[in-house]
Design a binder for this molecule. Structure first.
Ligand SMILES: Cc1cc2nc3c(=O)[nH]c(=O)nc-3n(C[C@H](O)[C@H](O)[C@H](O)COP(=O)(O)O)c2cc1C
Length: 156
């Protein structure tokens, strides 16, 4: 089976959208992900799968931790912004409503936030799966979340 065929299948399957960030060496990095998944409650573990070509891949490795802002249905613009390739790390943060977190910046007005220490990394083809132990979480606004399906963002 080819990767394109898998992409076509997964387009039908709604994926919840989050912005993952990290901070290392005084620089901040971030990207939109559809791969955030809850893995374990005891201990509290979540996972993300990050493309090895992504400019955030090595920073997430080096930082040893990352954050996830779980986007609300009203944050389509932010999801599009952080999915754009090739934006210089500094320009990425212009005009984005943020606050500092222990592992990287947190996007304001999200549904909830997770701050994670990477507890293991798993090679997964052209991606690396980062398993994060959740060090802290916070609840934000109550309301719809954001999913990506068929190439479109939809509130859910
Ligand atoms: C809905 C959606 C979900 C995405 N999920 C992931 C993901 O789980 N992991 C990943 O590495 N990239 C994912 N991407 C792609 C990254 O957001 C995009 O490649 C990133 O912004 C790359 O920037 P860079 O190439 O400048 O590093 C997703 C994109 C979209 C639109």
């Amino acid at each position: 089976m080819e990767g394109e065929e898998l992409r076509e299948v997964m387009r039908r399957f709604p994926a919840p959208v989050a912005v993952v960030t990290t901070a290392v060496g005084g620089e901040r990095f971030g990207l939109t992900v559809g791969s955030l998944v809850s893995l374990s409650l005891q201990p509290p573990l979540v996972g993300i799968s990050i493309g090895k070509d992504s400019s955030s891949h090595e920073p997430i490795r080096r930082a040893g931790g990352w954050t996830a802002s779980l986007l609300s249905g009203e944050q389509i613009g932010l999801a599009q912004h952080f999915a754009r390739s090739g934006i210089p790390p500094i320009a990425l943060w212009n005009g984005v409503d943020l606050r500092d977190g222990s592992r990287g910046p947190l996007v304001n007005d999200a549904l909830a936030w997770l701050e994670c220490r990477t507890s293991s990394e798993h090679d997964a083809g052209d991606h690396t799966i980062f398993v994060g132990e959740v060090e802290s979480s916070e609840l934000g606004r109550l309301g719809s979340g954001l999913v990506y399906r068929g190439g479109e963002y939809l509130p859910a």
